[in-house]
Design a protein around this ligand. Sequence first.
Ligand SMILES: [Zn+2]
Length: 282
Amino acid sequence: MTAVRVVPLSAGECLNIAALTERGAAWRLQAYPAGFALLEHPTRGAVLFDTGYGPGVRTLMRRWPGVLYGLITPVRLEAHQTALARLARLGIVAGDVHHLIVSHLHADHVGALRDFPAATLHLDAGAYPPLRGLKGLRAVRRAFLPELLPPDFEARTRELAYRAAPPGCAPFGRVADVFGDGSVYALPVPGHAPGMIALIVRTHEHAALDGDGAGLTLLASDAAWSVRALRADGEVHPLARVAFWNTGQERHSREALKTWLAAHPAARVIVSHDAPEAEHGD
Ligand SMILES: [Zn+2]
């Protein structure tokens, strides 16, 4: 089976109130990384899962209505922290990236889409339609800044094709085998945002989906603010739920990921806004 190396990276950070992200945490501002990941695929090359913030976000935050986004979610991004800069240090240039898997369309996940003009954009069919055409305040309210999308966004988009899941994906009944080789599976986890996805990545060629999770990495995107909250029973503050696209779907998706993780305790977990777990030895 094809194995992929997962390199967790981040591009900038946002400030949020800790108490809103974790029940029982203090009412103080905390910085959260805008995580993304490089998936080194043996034949597809450098694949990205999201991009973090990008230079366009800073520009947009200087004018209406992006300035509101910056007030609600203050952003820090230095030039050396962008996805392009992070990848350059690994010897990867924009033209090397032919596949970019988009977890959802929030600004902190697609901030640098325009920097990867050669990439096919893989996303859930439900991610874009509810946001298409939103402008101004109605877009910012959804953490969506349409100006971040490249002009040929729709032409370069490829919808994920969900099929009956192989054994070991339960409770997920349908998943998308992104490259058709069993290396990267997309799981539908809508709720936080429309059409959000998580990934199960095979990082060891002998890893079994129906094993204990060893050799698998779960990239859970924004299904939780912290790895601990996803593994244990961390609930977000009711006020934080105001930002969810669909609270019922969000709970259902989070519970499904927790169930999968409970059955795969040895899987490595990465969420976008927390420090990534270390790779387990196997
Ligand atoms: Zn998000």
